[in-house]
Write a protein that binds this ligand. Structure first.
Ligand SMILES: Cc1ncc(COP(=O)(O)O)c(C=O)c1O
Length: 345
């Protein structure tokens, strides 16, 4: 059955959406032969979105090309963002604000006693104004108070967490990343892949592209916190619908278009897991590529678990999405330095 829309038209539709370009794209697609030799299982192709640039990159560099244009075009001069100590998004938002010439205020929630490291340290380097609040405090109310003050001083504040657009900017960025992948795998003579990653916007973006073009791409999304799976599905469908409307795509996702995998988050967002630490060491020692403890280390631990349980055949091709997150390796320096394969026996 031929697809009702072609790749070139999808790219043209995306090109109509305002953006500020800074990502180093297309990112490379690598084959991990040494990793496969060690772990076994399917052919492994890796989309290196850790190399997108913009202050250590990651999937969010693509997302914020659209987000910062959206903010700038509405005349906002200050971005206020509420996010966690570990957040990569908080860092990339800071970078986007530097590039767009916008004041950036981060309300960093949780772990208030920890010395700024990783992402939070980078936000500071990029001139972000950081307010630290405990998990018990109402961070959104705090952000509203800051916004009132910015207004009183004559500014135009934008609270990122309250806007609809950040919900879907990642889906747009990854429909485009999917177009890159489509060409890159074609050059390898591959058409059928199983996309694997730990993302709520990016991975569904790949699946959304595949569904619209009728490509034989499966997708598995690993949960990074113990959120309700049904709710996650609903959110995914809603985002894909809004994204499809904006990109003028004929179809959006159904709840079961993406497999959702639980059991690898460690019980809370940013909880360290032995399996993720093992995955980080294994990839570093076979491919000299660094994964992060909160996202890509966990999705790789889920992939390794599935390979070890015989969940793939040798003819399968997995497309592992390296979505970045590198700075958080340094926020877990003590735990990672102390870890060894036997340290958890
Ligand atoms: C490294 C990394 N991977 C994956 C994700 C999830 O991205 P999204 O749900 O926006 O696709 C994030 C977001 O915080 C991230 O920082």
């Amino acid at each position: 059955m031929s697809s009702p829309i072609i790749a070139e038209q999808i790219q043209a539709n995306i090109d109509e959406i305002p953006r500020i370009r800074w990502s180093h794209t297309p990112t490379p697609l690598e084959e991990w032969k040494a990793f496969r030799a060690k772990v076994g299982g399917p052919r492994i192709l890796v989309k290196r979105d850790d190399t997108t640039g913009l202050a250590y990159g990651g999937n969010k560099a693509r997302h914020f090309e659209f987000e910062m244009a959206h903010v700038k075009n509405q005349g906002f001069d200050t971005m206020i963002n509420v996010n966690n100590f570990h957040s990569n998004q908080a860092r990339v938002a800071a970078a986007g604000c530097v590039k767009a010439g916008i004041r950036y205020i981060l309300v960093s929630q949780d772990e208030v006693d920890r010395t700024p490291q990783g992402n939070l340290l980078l936000v500071k380097l990029m001139g972000g104004e950081i307010h630290r609040v405990t998990a018990d405090e109402d961070a959104m109310a705090y952000a509203e108070e800051i916004a009132d003050q910015v207004r009183a001083d004559g500014g135009k504040p934008y609270i990122l967490n309250k806007d609809w657009f950040p919900e879907i900017m990642g889906t747009i960025g990854f429909v485009e990343a999917g177009l890159e992948i489509k060409s890159q795998i074609a050059a390898l003579g591959v058409s059928k892949i199983h996309a694997w990653g730990l993302t709520g916007r990016s991975l569904p973006g790949l699946r959304l592209l595949a569904k619209n073009l009728g490509l034989d791409w499966k997708a598995s999304m690993i949960k990074y916190s113990p959120t309700d799976t049904d709710q996650l599905r609903e959110t995914m469908v809603r985002r894909s619908k809004q994204g499809a409307e904006l990109m003028k795509l004929p179809v959006y996702l159904d709840p079961d278009d993406v497999e959702i995998i639980d059991g690898f988050h460690g019980g809370a967002y940013a909880a360290p897991t032995d399996a993720a630490f093992e995955a980080i060491h294994l990839v570093a020692q076979t491919e000299a590529v660094i994964l992060d403890p909160n996202y890509t280390g966990k999705s790789m631990s889920a992939l390794i678990a599935r390979i070890r349980s015989g969940g793939f055949s040798e003819d399968d091709t997995v497309l592992f999405l390296h979505s970045g997150g590198l700075p958080q390796v340094f926020a877990f320096n003590e735990e990672l330095a102390a870890w060894s394969p036997s340290s958890n026996d």
